[in-house]
Design a binder for this molecule. Structure first.
Ligand code: SF4
Length: 103
């Protein structure tokens, strides 16, 4: 019977960790903040009009996350995950130096 109990323990532990992984996957996506080190490195601003134009001359007025290829949402979404920031939520009105025009 000892072996059977061990087997059950392994199965139960496996199920518990699978459930924990599932809970993590469903966790609410995190919103990207401007103070995030990666956000700072790419000059991300929640409001594109606040972009440091001297530091990021690539920025053209009118560009925003909603019109960026990496914005994983509809152009009308207020927020959507962005692949450049490990799928953290970025503002549709935001901008960063990795901006690529949506095709
Ligand atoms: Fe916004 Fe595009 Fe930069 Fe992501 S990569 S933060 S969608 S501009």
């Amino acid at each position: 019977m000892g072996n059977r109990r061990n087997f059950l323990n392994v199965v139960l532990l496996g199920a518990a960790s699978a459930a924990a992984a599932g809970a993590r996957a469903q966790a609410k996506p995190v919103e990207l903040t401007e103070s995030d080190p990666v956000a700072m490195a790419l000059g991300y601003k929640i409001d594109a009009t606040k972009v440091d134009k001297a530091k990021y001359p690539k920025y053209v007025a009118g560009e925003a996350c909603a019109g960026c290829q990496l914005f994983a949402g509809k152009p009308t979404d207020a927020m959507a995950p962005c692949a450049a920031f490990a799928n953290k939520l970025v503002s549709g009105k935001g901008w960063c130096n990795a901006w690529v025009k949506r095709p």
